[in-house]
Design a protein around this ligand. Structure first.
Ligand SMILES: Nc1ncnc2c1ncn2[C@@H]1O[C@H](COP(=O)(O)OP(=O)(O)O)[C@@H](O)[C@H]1O
Ligand SMILES: [Mg+2]
Length: 250
């Protein structure tokens, strides 16, 4: 079992989009048993990305309690095959000290992958997300303030000696964006994964189906599937069906 934590310095860069699509691709395309933990207590949006709008009484809070178990707050998303543990929205603070032992508990269970969504920034739970994860995906957009904040997170992850994968999301290809070499220099990484700005992403969120399942052939979906493949050491190239769907605008 592998735990993948998704972090960013700045909010709004696409963490929840990346988290939901890594999970949806792992489950739906690569047929791995996958669970998402939403640890963002201020904007717990994972469930919205999966179209799960009903009240969810049981949350991660019930799981990390001393007598908590994972089953207590796991909801299945039938369209993607992903299991979800929602975050306790509205609580100012959830002590996620137990996240690592929770990851251990999940390791004993039926899941191949755990993907953790998180709040932006540098609060104490971020350290716990890093501790609980085997790999960290740092999401940024191609602008100076975003990459500056990403530098701090990348530094924190390096100290923990965990693998880091940097994803530059919402690329429009405009002159005012930082180019890939500048971002690599700033973050001191050899490789970046890039995801284009694509209208299919907000459209898919409004429909409650991650874009990798909602619009399989879209440019964003193909980039997100490649990211997911890379995280699990597999190769992904778009199928003919994917390409035809893209051509037809599906
Ligand atoms: N590749 C993309 N192309 C277009 N819009 C995107 C893309 N990725 C994310 N977005 C949009 O950016 C906004 C923030 O995304 P979200 O995943 O909620 O970010 P975060 O979790 O970092 O706050 C959403 O409205 C989403 O539709
Ligand atoms: Mg989010």
């Amino acid at each position: 079992m592998v735990v993948i934590g998704v972090l960013s310095g700045k909010g709004g860069v696409g963490k929840t989009t990346v988290t939901s699509n890594i999970a949806a691709s792992l489950a739906n395309i690569f047929k791995r048993k996958t669970i998402v933990l939403d640890t963002n207590v201020t904007s717990s949006h994972i469930r919205l990305h999966f179209g799960m709008y009903d009240e969810m009484k049981r949350t991660l809070k019930d799981v990390v309690k001393s007598d908590g178990t994972l089953e207590k707050a796991t909801y299945s998303n039938s369209i993607t095959g992903v299991d979800i543990v929602p975050s306790p929205e509205g609580l100012k603070h959830v002590d996620l000290e137990k996240l690592k032992s929770l990851a251990g508990q999940i390791a004993e269970s039926k899941y191949d992958f755990v993907v953790i969504d998180s709040a932006p920034g540098f609060r104490e739970n971020i350290e716990n997300v890093i501790k609980a994860s085997d790999k960290i995906v740092v999401v940024t957009n191609p602008y100076l303030p975003d990459v500056t904040d990403a530098m701090k997170i990348v530094e924190m992850v390096r100290k923990s000696k965990k693998d880091v994968v940097v994803v530059v999301n919402k690329i429009k290809g405009k002159k005012y964006e930082l180019d890939e070499d500048a971002i690599k220099d700033m973050l001191d990484v050899r490789k970046l994964i890039t995801i284009p700005e694509d209208e299919k992403v907000p459209e898919s969120i409004s429909r409650g189906v991650p874009v990798t399942v909602f619009a399989k052939g879209s440019r964003a979906a193909i980039a997100l599937k490649k990211l997911s493949a890379e995280l699990i050491g597999e190769k992904y190239s778009p199928t003919v069906a994917d390409r035809v769907k893209w051509f037809l605008g599906f």
